[in-house]
Design a protein around this ligand. Structure first.
Ligand SMILES: C[S@@+](CC[C@H](N)C(=O)[O-])C[C@H]1O[C@@H](n2cnc3c(N)ncnc32)[C@H](O)[C@@H]1O
Length: 355
């Protein structure tokens, strides 16, 4: 069993930099069966560096700060921890999004992944995180090969046979050959990608003609359900301020709000069909009366509260705000999450096919 990294940026840091950050933290290394042969996975022999990683290498991919565990790639902007608490938050969000859209996908996925003669169809999940999405999809589409890519090895160590996890920086050229992937999935990558149009160029390169691209991003702003004629600036000032503060900090890292801009970037690339946009509202809190929505709302409120917790180390390290002010910002935000009815999150999805 082994782990691999597939582009230069992901070569493990020098052994000297290893820390004991993983002690006691249930981080699961990626594993896959690798016999060194060409498995027909569409990778480019010339551009890829595939290296198996031994268990001793895993800690080199993490660094510890303020009791949380982060990726160790100093020059990448991703601000959230990657430890067990954050993994749980990502898994909870995965389940909420599944409950919300009542599926693991939006768009013509069954058509694109329908069995066909020839090599197995391939799906690439960018910034796969814990790998829950490819794992769930792999059971619905057992004839399809799923590739999950991330900068840290936090996906399950026992993937399904048709799931393959690897480490790569998706802001670098991907290792796959041109026109080899049927479906590229990019969910919740807005805190990882500083140049989305460049990433789309790579996506268009690796997708087969007719191949599908999907993006799903939750808007980073406070909002009310349309049945509540309220204004966040007036009626949820804590949430309003929280998002102002974090969006400013994220922008300083090059992480702009992108969810509304992706359709335009797809169009501007000239390589995709007209994007199909769909928006889903996620209740925050228990204000919905229908039991299903109420349950989703309660779960999503926890996810949003833990999001603030996960951002704490970034906020603390930012000179623009002192620790006392920052504590107030988070406290007032959490107050609004629990006391202001009608708040929602907005999940924006967009898909398009390569021309
Ligand atoms: C918010 S999580 C989303 C995970 C998953 N897509 C989901 O929806 O559950 C973002 C993931 O992007 C990964 N990431 C950040 N920067 C990256 C990069 N440059 N290349 C690949 N993965 C990256 C992080 O390690 C993290 O697991």
């Amino acid at each position: 069993m082994a782990i691999e990294f597939s582009n230069r940026r992901n070569a493990p840091p020098d052994r000297e930099q290893r820390s004991d950050a993983l002690n006691g933290v249930p981080v699961h290394p990626l594993e896959f069966d690798h016999d060194g042969s060409d498995d027909g996975d569409g990778s480019s022999d010339t551009s890829s560096i595939l290296t198996e990683l031994g268990p001793d290498d895993y800690p080199t991919y993490f660094r510890e700060s303020e009791g949380r565990l982060f990726h160790s790639h100093g020059d990448l902007p991703y601000p959230l921890p990657v430890d067990a608490a954050e993994q749980q938050r990502l898994n909870d969000q995965h389940k909420i999004l599944r409950d919300l859209i009542r599926s693991h996908y939006v768009g013509p996925v069954p058509e694109v992944l329908a069995p066909a003669p020839g090599p197995a169809k391939r799906v690439l999940d960018l910034c796969t995180g814990t790998g829950r999405w490819p794992m769930d999809m792999a059971s619905s589409f057992p004839h399809v090969k799923f590739y999950g890519v991330d900068i840290v090895p936090i996906a399950t160590r026992i993937p399904r046979p048709n799931v393959h996890f690897e480490m790569a920086d998706v802001m670098q050229p991907l290792r796959y050959r041109d026109n080899t992937i049927d479906f590229v999935h990019a969910r919740s990558v807005s805190l990882a990608i500083t140049n989305y149009p460049d990433m789309l160029e790579e996506v268009a390169r690796v997708l087969k003609p007719g191949g599908l691209f999907f993006s799903g991003e939750v808007a980073r702003q406070p909002m009310f359900d349309s049945s509540f004629p309220l204004d966040p600036a007036v009626d949820a000032p804590g949430a309003q301020r929280f998002f102002e503060v974090i969006n400013n900090m994220l922008a300083r890292r090059g992480l702009e709000q992108i969810s509304t801009r992706i359709p335009r970037w797809l169009q501007d690339s000239g390589q995709f069909t007209a994007p199909i946009i769909r928006e889903y509202t996620i209740p925050i809190g228990d204000w919905e009366s229908a039991p299903h929505s109420k349950r989703v709302g309660v779960e999503y409120r926890q996810v949003m509260e833990r999001f603030a917790d996960s951002l704490r180390p970034m906020l603390r390290s930012d000179d623009a705000i002192d620790e006392r002010e920052f504590d107030e910002v988070v406290r007032d935000y959490v107050h609004d999450l629990y006391n202001v009815p009608g708040m929602i999150g907005l999940y924006r999805t967009v898909w398009a096919r390569k021309i």
